[in-house]
Design a protein around this ligand. Sequence first.
Ligand code: BES
Ligand code: MN
Ligand code: ZN
Length: 498
Amino acid sequence: MEIKTYDGSMGEWQGDAALLLLREEDCGALPDLPYAETVRQLAERQDFKGRKGSSLRVPVFEGGVKNLYLVGLGKAEACSAASVRDTLAWGLRMAGRQHNGSVLVPMAHLKDVFQARAVSDSISGGGPSASAVLGEAAGLCGYVFDKYKEKKEGEYTPFALKEVFAPGLMPEEARRGQTFAAAQVAARALANEPGCAISPAGLAEHAGAMANELGLTCEVWDEEQLKQERMGALLAVGSGSANPPRLIHLTYKPRGTARKKIVLVGKGITFDSGGLDIKPSNFMTTMKGDKSGACAVMGVLRGAAELGLDAEVHGLLAAAENMPSGSSYRPDDIVRARNGKTIEIENTDAEGRLVLADALCLASELKPDAIIDLATLTGACAVALGKWRAGLFSRDDALADALLAASRRRGEAFWRMPAEDEHIEETLKSPFADMVNSGPRYGGAIFAAIFLSRFVEKDIPWAHLDIAGVDFMDKEWGVYSKGASGFGVRTCLDYLAQ
Ligand code: BES
Ligand code: MN
Ligand code: ZN
């Protein structure tokens, strides 16, 4: 997708379509827009009021442009950079599916929308410009997971949109937005692959290929090395599968001296059947998405390299397949993590925290300025926050605030959750080992976060992002397509870029 500026007058626009985002307030007295009179008359006739989620296609028969799309942003007071991004993506997607190869987006009006929201958006400070948001929306709107489908119809209709033109565009900003989007799309594409297509070793191959492409380093530990390196928890989780586990270490180093060193840790369960504590079938579908954390980390590294960030960024992917078999790890087993601590297995379906435990030990040994892990860790987090908001757990206020600000700038919703609780801490006790891996049902997401904290060096700022639920969209909406969402990529990338 190309995004270009357009210098001509709106009336002279010769491309396929124009896309106008309108607030309810804009529909009474239209601002300075192209085709203002046509727009006004049609909006009136078709009763288009700018309501959120409403749209109107106006076929144009004279002049160059074939279609004019009006899409509603809703009430001005409810508009935000996030709703503009989602609405843009939705509108561009609609235009692209309806055979429009080039679309004009009048920026002057968009900038008005942004201006009106300047006050509330400035809480996060330095929010993305309208150009960057357009870049993100354009880069995200066209992706669908269709590579295994022969019949391309409905949401899989071939996507015609190739060029977006925007008068007054800041090209550098738009390109930056596109880079954020491309990082997220890469994460989606990988996470959407089923378990039969991507094993832990397959994930390592993808990481290696990406490293070659972008000049990163990639080190992969196989089972032998995992044994030597005392990664007992990761090995236990992977032991039931015919596809053995891997620890993948990607490193991005900036050209000059690095300002900071950050380690990202990703849960890479290529399929989570639950293991011997097997999941009921209705909970097992979508569990190919249990590698979403690792895929997001790969996306962030791609973005970091493409943006040429000035921080050193490490990605540790803890990859395993959680399967039941004669060689599986069992309930009652006691496994030893890399830092020597022993864990009594109460439930083999609480496998994510185990693979992360070893990876977090490794992350701490790198002595970074901060550690951030991304994991589809607990159903409890999805129960608490819904499928559209992820959990952020951290004992470090500065890191938590920085991540929350980044998430607001990029329109990915996070909610800060407790990362300490003396009562839940109690429930980690095991009679026979240093801790158990799963606790009582209530507070399950907090239990998991506290469990993870035991493998992070005390003085290193650390945040845990529980993306269970948000990793997988049941239907397309806003910037999201059906399936893997790539949630967290833009937030982490924005945090690193600050
Ligand atoms: N991968 C799941 C969590 C999950 C649930 C991700 C729903 C995405 C959507 C995780 O490994 C898991 O099974 N967690 C258990 C933990 C329990 C056994 C303590 C859960 O949440 O039920
Ligand atoms: Mn599980
Ligand atoms: Zn899992």
